[in-house]
Design a protein around this ligand. Structure first.
Ligand code: KIV
Length: 303
């Protein structure tokens, strides 16, 4: 009988896992928190090896890995598969599963059921959901069940149509104050952290100062408690529109393209595989084989 490793449960963080409480301490020490998205096991492992603190399995996967033009089509089933893969790769960072559109809007019960699936079936340490207002009771319900929730305000891609498109939010005093109110409400509802996306830097700085939970910025200036970038944007793997807030740290797409071109050329020129990529057999066995193959061939021809 084989003993299978235990699936992670919310009350028992895996050994070596960054404690959730450490995030508030990092904020207090003014030590920036590093978050990156990832969508598979190698991505989770690399993010871990690079020393990131948080790995978000973003619903951006709908665009970056599934080829959709927005995040809206991401489904629970797809997000569960991706999250399970990331948790197999990432050991120390907390893995946060992004709740896809439709998985938390309907009711508190539905949101809790789906959040539980991320923890039980995919090994997520926490979930993230977009919005405030009616979503505050979702946060309270999920946190009440013992699952940490990260909030997300500012540009919320799942409801970008309502916001008039993918553009910066909180650029008038009134809208900035509304963001501050939402941020305070999400903290009061129990969020352990808050993503601020595409928010003017001074507004994000004030929100960060007024909250005791850490803010993670994406297009929200340098004064947030941490920063996040999408894997494909950071590494130069995404061909679509690149937002102003993206910094590209590598051209991995270019590296992959030239490697694939070289492979194709080698195959066409019969330069690959070489001797070191191939298997040999003892000469005596080869001779017997050749003899048998030859005889079999002659027999077939006679019949
Ligand atoms: O889905 C995602 O990748 C996100 C980040 C942009 C924060 O929500």
């Amino acid at each position: 009988m084989s003993i299978r490793p235990q699936e992670p449960a919310p009350a028992t963080p895996a050994p070596g896992k960054l404690p959730l409480t450490e995030l508030a301490e990092m904020k207090a020490r003014r030590q920036p928190i590093v978050m990156v998205t990832a969508y598979d096991a190698p991505g989770g492992r690399l993010a871990d090896e690079a020393g990131t603190d948080l790995v978000l399995v973003g619903d951006s996967a709908a665009m970056t890995v599934l080829g959709h033009s927005s995040t809206v089509p991401a489904t629970m089933d797809e997000m569960l598969v991706l999250t399970r893969a990331v948790t197999r790769g990432a050991r120390r960072p907390l893995v946060i599963a992004d709740m896809p559109f439709g998985s938390f809007q309907v009711s508190d019960e539905d949101a809790l059921r789906n959040a539980i699936r991320f923890v039980k079936e995919a090994g997520a340490d926490a979930v993230k959901l977009e919005g405030a207002g009616p979503m505050l009771s979702r946060v309270r319900t999920i946190v009440g069940a013992g699952i940490p929730v990260m909030g997300h305000i500012g540009l919320t891609p799942q409801t970008a149509t309502m916001l008039g498109g993918y553009k910066a939010q909180g650029r008038s005093a009134e809208k900035a104050l509304a963001l501050l109110t939402d941020a305070r409400s999400l903290e009061a509802a129990g969020c352990f952290s808050l993503v601020l996306e595409a928010v003017p830097s001074p507004v994000a700085a004030r929100i960060t100062e007024q909250l005791s939970i850490p803010t993670i910025g994406i297009g929200a200036g340098v004064d947030c408690d941490g920063q996040v970038l999408v894997w494909h944007d950071l590494l130069g793997l995404y061909d679509g529109h690149i937002a102003r807030f993206v910094k590209r740290y590598a051209d991995v797409g270019g590296v992959i393209r030239s490697a694939l071109t070289a492979f194709a050329e080698d195959v066409r020129q019969r330069r690959f595989p070489e001797e070191q990529h191939s298997y040999a057999m003892p000469q005596a066995e080869l001779e017997i084989f050749e003899h048998g193959a030859h005889a079999g061939h002659e027999e077939e021809a006679w019949l």
